[in-house]
Design a protein around this ligand. Structure first.
Ligand code: PEP
Ligand code: MG
Length: 540
């Protein structure tokens, strides 16, 4: 047995075979040593495999993201049989190209034809053709196109948020992101999906398919576990399940402290599906819907209609409880290839969050219209990310009003929304008094606030020891935000990972926070913590 220490990212015990995700940077050879007929046979086999993959993806994403978003894979499967694409592949093969290069070249040709048409729908299919060509080329070169579809513990050097969104959680029992920090978005996703997870360890390529135990509580990975380790792991898995049942039973008791202070315990989600898990774990609302996850792991922008459906599904699933939708927070580590996002020297300090939305007003309006339309079906709040000035907030609010007018003019029903802002830049903390006068609520994003307060990149594992979430600077920022928010009549909450830290529940409540918003997997623990506390002083 080999035991390797890593950083715990999400608690829990996983037992299963190791699956290593390699990302290949090799370019396939342009010309083949095989005959065109042999390359044609390789291409046809890859085409059948791609069709099976797409069908599977359609099914899994339909469960996780809804049928409309999954339809994209259906479109790509149909493109596999497109006679123009097949003919183009054949032409390149006859010229002696390898099948890998023939499909990529044919994909580019078909994409160019589509991009030249006046029809917007046809133009938008160009990305599908390219993605399909890439999928075929990956299959031909033996690479895995999607990660995590093999049951077991997935090890990856690092996963981008889009790759993490593409994970099939039904087959994934554990996740190890070797280079990711415990505050990265991939770590947040592992917590949201409730998958035991570690980061910061090196692996050997011969671990593939070896049996392993991932201990997310103590931060260890055991390869070829001995009998005692395996028995201990299975035993602790059972204990966790028993504990979970006990916590579920406490849902019957109200979410308030022993001395009677009620707390709003909300959930952080990224897809409508997660709202269901959140409800099962007793959340009282959604405090953060990271809407950018609707944009990740795909090749085209979700349409207004797709977004509307996702928000409407969420609000209906919440059955009258509040849903807080944060507008698109792309940029920094959340790169979306099909959006206009120039490479930046310092992306964490770049055009992200509200800055991106304000400089791409049509995209922003599309999202705001979808949110407003969904608000006709239940209580929705809209929240703006990465705000660093009052002017930005006012600009966002005035676009919201324009969207309301536009919907009115077109006779489209919409509902009123509450407005809030994230507090995740030091500037927003210092301006919290003025920001609070513009909105109904403030919500502190401690993940970003910590990195900007300490000038330490949250994605950099080497700075992990610096990123002390209990740093007095962060605590002072929190206290000041709560005070200013209350002074100007706002509800104040925390939706960063700090809200899920049981050691911080008492200090946060004593500072006066009204709302704690945590990932669905942390709801039961934090609820029990609240129920066990005595505040000893009224909430300010
Ligand atoms: C935060 O920064 O704390 C937050 C909730 O936003 P995200 O983690 O999505 O950047
Ligand atoms: Mg943030």
């Amino acid at each position: 047995m080999i035991a390797i220490a890593g950083k715990p990212v999400h608690s829990g015990i996983a037992v299963g075979p190791i699956h290593i995700h390699h990302r290949s940077n090799q370019h396939p050879a342009q010309f083949s040593s095989l005959t065109p007929q042999e390359e044609w046979a390789r291409y046809r086999r890859a085409s059948i495999q791609a069709s099976e993959q797409l069908l599977q993806l359609q099914e899994t994403s339909s469960c996780r993201l809804g049928k409309d978003l999954a339809a994209i894979f259906q479109v790509q499967a149909a493109l596999l049989d497109d006679p123009d694409f097949i003919e183009a592949v054949n032409v390149y093969l006859q010229r002696g190209f390898s099948a890998e290069c023939a499909v990529l070249a044919a994909g580019e040709d078909c994409a160019a034809i589509l991009l030249a048409t006046p029809d917007g729908y046809m133009r938008s299919r160009a990305v599908d053709v390219r993605d399909l060509a890439r999928r075929l080329a990956n299959i031909l070169s033996g690479e895995i196109h999607t990660v995590g579809n093999t049951p077991g513990i997935l090890i990856a050097d690092d996963l981008s948020p889009s790759e993490a969104v593409g994970l099939d959680t039904r087959s994934l029992v554990g996740l190890i992101s070797c280079q990711g920090s415990s505050n990265s978005h991939t770590a947040i996703l592992a917590r949201a999906m409730d998958i035991p997870s570690l980061s910061g360890l090196n692996y050997e390529s011969d671990w593939e398919n070896k049996m392993a135990v991932l201990d997310g509580d103590r931060g260890y990975l055991y390869i070829d576990p001995d009998e005692a380790t395996l028995a201990d792991a299975l035993n602790r898995q059972q204990q966790r399940q028993d504990q979970h049942k006990l916590l579920l039973a406490k849902l019957k008791e109200p979410c308030r402290t022993l001395d009677g202070h009620s707390v709003r315990l909300y959930a952080n989600i990224g897809t409508p599906r997660e709202a269901i898990a959140a409800c099962e774990n007793g959340c009282q609302g959604i405090g953060l819907f990271r809407s950018e996850y609707l944009y990740l792991g795909r090749d085209t922008c979700p349409t207004e209609e797709e977004q509307f459906i996702a928000y409407q599904q969420t609000v209906l699933a919440m059955n009258g409880m509040k849903v807080t939708i944060r507008t698109l927070d792309v940029g920094a580590d959340k790169r979306v290839p099909y959006l206009d996002m120039p490479k930046e020297e310092n992306p964490a300090l770049g055009c992200r969050g509200i800055r991106y939305s304000l400089t791409h007003p049509e995209l922003f309006r599309q999202q705001l219209r979808a949110i407003l339309r969904a608000a006709a079906f239940g209580p929705i709040s809209v929240m703006f990310p990465m705000v660093s000035s009052v002017e930005e907030l006012r600009a966002a609010k005035s676009i919201l009003v324009e969207c309301q007018n536009e919907l009115d003019q077109n006779g489209i029903p919409w509902g009123a929304v509450n407005i809030g802002t994230m507090i995740e830049t030091p500037a927003a903390v210092i301006m919290a008094d003025q920001l609070a006068q513009e909105v109904n609520f403030l919500s502190v994003g401690t993940n970003d606030l910590l990195q900007y307060a300490l000038a330490a990149d949250r994605m950099n594992p080497a700075l992990e020891s610096l990123m002390d979430p209990h740093h007095p600077a962060l605590l002072r920022f929190l206290r000041y935000t709560a005070e200013m928010g209350h002074r100007y009549g706002c509800l104040v909450g925390v939706c960063g990972e700090l809200a899920a830290d049981p050691d911080m529940t008492l200090p946060l409540l004593q500072m006066g926070f009204d709302v704690l918003s945590v990932s669905p997997s942390a709801l039961l623990t934090i609820r029990e913590k609240i129920q066990s506390l005595t505040l000893g002083q009224p909430i300010a």
